[in-house]
Design a binder for this molecule. Structure first.
Ligand code: MG
Length: 385
């Protein structure tokens, strides 16, 4: 049996010199005794999986509402795909898989109900009240809002490295909210990997869900060169006629093209940057190290553009999201006006002096789609009491 010390020693010999190491963690906000057979990063990952906000991801929208179909991604399955891609990339680049996995699993904890439309609506609602962004909210959840470890500490008391990875989570949709918290350090390569794993995963699985729903057609998707290539090669492999099989083979190729390119280009960039330890990564000030090649970057941008125009903006997707966010806004206003309508714990926080808007934001941002709908009915539907 390997104990923690042996696992840490194994990390030392297996990982690249510039990877994060559990034995060198800057530790937790509240000191805790180390575990016997898990490293601090393994423990972080486990705490994320066991928190209530993680379980709620199952009923939060990726693109489609949970009840629109059993085969569509939810925010939970999206998160699992991100973690899996991040681990593959981390292992190939000899980076710390446990950190990549923990950051990936936690990256969307703070996402609102009703997908990106929900996030957008919450940003508007909180514009004059301190703002809202889902990665800032993910950090709030792991730092403050989870309550399983009281009275020892609020939140999950994660390590500096995983928390910092969450702060630094940036994709097209994610701009760090808590700017004051971001130190003048570059993100670890592990945090950068989690960002790309997120982007690669949704680029691929949204094509899958789009095609499966019928809202995106293969003909429209061919606007993307990357899609056209994947379709061509998939058709050669499986032949025409089997639509489900063809779709699966297209999607796995989309993922493979992106990950293979990212690995090759990033390995090259790491060598160029000349890191010899983790401090070099954190002090680094040049162009991104984990990155697609210039050619792939252009293709990925084109793929996203196609998804936006042909799928995310589809009337049927927009209609569901418009309806969901309208409910969110109405509830938000009602709860701010009449905080006694909030569940006890939230109501108490206002009595103890917290801002109404922040408390209501925490409550609504935490809601799953179906819970939001239930609460909406209880507040406004004359036939539901
Ligand atoms: Mg995500």
């Amino acid at each position: 049996m390997h104990d923690r010390k042996q696992i840490e020693a194994a990390e030392d010999s297996a990982l690249a010199p510039w990877a994060l190491r559990a034995s060198q963690s800057r530790g937790r906000r509240v000191n805790e005794a180390e575990h016997t057979y898990r490293t601090c990063f393994q423990r972080d990952r486990d705490r994320v999986i066991h928190c209530a906000a993680f379980r709620r991801l199952e009923y939060k929208t990726q693109v489609f509402l949970n009840w629109e179909g059993d085969h569509f991604r939810t925010r939970l399955t999206h998160t699992l795909e991100v973690a899996q891609a991040a681990r593959t990339i981390a292992r190939a680049l000899r980076l710390n898989e446990d950190v990549c996995e923990a950051v990936s699993l936690a990256h969307d904890l703070g996402h609102t109900c009703f997908g990106h439309a929900g996030e957008h609506a919450m940003r508007e609602l909180m514009r004059d009240h301190g703002g809202y962004e889902h990665n800032g909210q993910s950090l709030r959840i792991v730092d403050e809002l989870e309550r399983s470890y009281l009275p020892a500490f609020k939140g999950l008391n994660l390590t500096h490295e995983v928390r910092y990875g969450l702060m630094k989570h940036r994709t097209d949709y994610d701009k760090p909210l808590f700017k004051g918290l971001v130190e003048r350090e570059s993100p670890s390569l592990e945090a950068q990997v989690a960002n790309f794993a997120d982007e690669i995963s949704y680029n691929a699985h949204d094509v899958d869900d789009g095609l499966y729903s019928g809202l995106l057609t293969r003909e429209a998707a061919r606007e993307s060169e990357l899609f056209a290539r994947a379709e061509r090669e998939a058709a050669q492999a499986v032949g025409q006629g089997e639509e489900d099989l063809l779709r699966y083979q297209i999607v796995r190729r989309l993922k493979d093209y992106q990950i293979s390119d990212l690995l090759a280009h990033s390995a090259h960039r790491i060598a160029e940057a000349g890191f010899s330890c983790i401090e070099d990564v954190l002090a680094y000030n040049g162009p991104p190290v984990i990155e697609f090649s210039p050619a792939m970057k252009q293709q990925v941008i084109a793929l996203k553009r196609m998804l936006h125009a042909r799928f995310y903006k589809h009337r049927r997707v927009m209609r569901s999201m418009e309806k969901g966010t309208r409910f969110m806004k109405e509830m938000f206003e009602r709860y701010v006006e009449e905080p006694f309508l909030l569940p006890g714990g939230f109501h108490r926080r206002i009595e103890q002096g917290e801002s109404r808007h922040r408390v209501v934001c925490d409550y609504i941002a935490g809601m799953t789609d179906r819970y939001a709908l239930e609460q909406y009915k209880k507040l406004f539907d004359p036939d539901t009491w």
